[in-house]
Design a protein around this ligand. Structure first.
Ligand code: RP5
Length: 165
């Protein structure tokens, strides 16, 4: 499926060190032909950029923001505070605490400022969730998702048959 030229999804992360996890979001978006951008935006090291980025994302045509961060992972929540776009949060696991700190930092948002939090390191699912959000108004993407689900189902059955062989 050809990608559109202007990005519909923004994949942002607190540090370039998050890329090894966050690249899975970018990869699945590419698989589905969804135009997206990738950017390092730190809530703590580049706070002014973060606020501007969040405020301007919708105006630039972005429809979903995927934000990954580790440790004191404030980026997804702070972006959600300054944009009306849906924000999907990815807890990035660091060497210490195995990502539980990241998960709790992202998932415990106050009422009124939601972040759709995926599992620790769950960047691929974050990408798929963004695709599902876009597919609510894109029949071709919806059909691609249906094919993807059918292939997933078939792969489980193939493994089942291999076990029995
Ligand atoms: C967070 O601090 C980033 O999202 C990253 O997961 C973590 C560590 O960043 P680096 O010190 O590796 O740049 O803000």
């Amino acid at each position: 499926m050809p990608e559109n030229t202007s990005p519909l999804v923004s994949v942002v992360m607190g540090s370039d060190s998050d890329w090894s996890v966050m690249q899975e979001a970018s990869r699945v978006l590419t698989e589905f032909g969804v135009a997206h951008e990738v950017e390092v935006v730190s809530a703590h090291r580049t706070p002014e950029k973060m606020i501007g980025f969040g405020k301007e994302a919708a105006g630039r045509g972005i429809r979903v923001v995927i934000a990954g961060a580790g440790g004191a992972a404030h980026l997804p929540g702070m972006l959600a505070a300054v944009t009306t776009l849906p924000v999907v949060g990815v807890p990035v696991p660091l060497a210490r605490l195995d990502g539980l700190d990241s998960l709790l930092s992202i998932v415990q948002m106050p009422a009124g400022v939601p972040v759709a939090t995926v599992s620790i390191g769950g960047a691929r699912n974050a990408g798929l969730l963004a695709i599902k959000i876009l597919a609510t108004s894109d029949p071709a993407l919806s059909e691609a998702l249906a094919r993807f689900s059918a292939e997933l189902e078939a792969s489980v059955e193939q493994k089942n048959q291999a076990l029995k062989a």
